[in-house]
Design a protein around this ligand. Structure first.
Ligand code: ZN
Ligand code: ZN
Length: 264
């Protein structure tokens, strides 16, 4: 049995935990160290029990608690060379034995969990997503993806559960008070995934990979609502004769607080 919990997910902070057999791993560590500890406590976990932390990329909403995490634990940090280089530039360097450089398409184990990372189109060096393999069951974690490159159809191997960005509604974003350059950045091919593209890819993953559970993630505070994101994917699936609640479970990750644990 695998348990996945989003501690918080959105444009301001991101962290999730996977528990499988005797292994517990953290994915990203945005937000404060205190909030991270408090959220883990809600799961009866502490940072000392973790077996490693995976970092998708070096934007602050994914790494803010890292300096304190490095200080208070001896956790290994798994990330791409590009991300490790940026962490070094941000003075978040660490001892060589804690720095694990991973590469897209090269699988590795963290204790019981097999991780298969893949590169993602985003505006920072070495941005990644992850497939996690638990025997036959596979889940994918993919946020901060500007678009769905054709390679994703091979790289994303989830057959059970997908934690997928559904960042913004394009019209809400265009009408928001955000500055022009930021709108262009978010809408760009290396920005964030719109509800529309997320819905289309969810449909693909259900039809082609047999995915059974989807959690929409990394929602924008200003250019999306949980209801808008949910309805976008639900209606797209319904147009394709996939019924939410019967053929697939669909949820939206909470922005600032812990979400329901997904078990599979
Ligand atoms: Zn982000
Ligand atoms: Zn980012």
């Amino acid at each position: 049995m695998t348990k996945f919990t989003s501690l918080y997910s959105g444009s301001d902070r991101n962290a999730s935990v996977i528990e499988y057999k005797n292994t517990k791993i953290l994915i990203d560590c945005g937000g404060s160290f205190r909030q991270l500890c408090e959220s883990l406590k809600e799961l009866d976990l502490s940072v000392d029990e973790l077996d490693g932390v995976l970092i998708t990329h070096s934007h602050s909403d994914h790494i803010k608690a890292l300096p304190m995490l490095l200080k208070h634990t001896d956790l290994k940090v798994y990330s791409s060379l590009g991300t490790h280089e940026e962490l070094y530039d941000f003075k978040m360097d660490m001892e060589a034995e804690r720095r694990v450089i991973i590469a897209g398409g090269t699988k590795f184990y963290i204790n019981d969990i097999l991780v298969n990372p893949f590169d993602t189109p985003h505006d920072t060096g070495g941005s990644m997503g992850f497939n996690f393999e638990f025997g036959e069951k596979i889940m994918t974690y993919a946020t901060d993806v500007g678009h769905i490159p054709v390679e994703f159809k091979d790289w994303i191997t989830a057959n059970e559960f997908v934690f997928l960005e559904s960042n913004h509604d394009v019209e809400m974003l265009k009408n928001s008070a955000r500055p022009y350059f930021l709108k262009q950045r978010i809408l760009g091919k290396r920005g964030h995934l719109s509800n529309k593209l997320s819905a289309e890819f969810s449909n693909y993953l259900i039809k082609n990979n047999g995915v059974k559970k989807i959690m929409l993630a990394h929602l924008s505070a200003e250019a999306n609502t949980p209801r808008t994101a949910y309805e976008s994917t639900r209606s797209k699936l319904e147009q394709n004769n996939i019924i939410v609640g019967k053929d697939v479970e669909l949820q939206v990750a909470n922005r600032g607080v812990i979400s329901d644990t997904v078990v599979f």
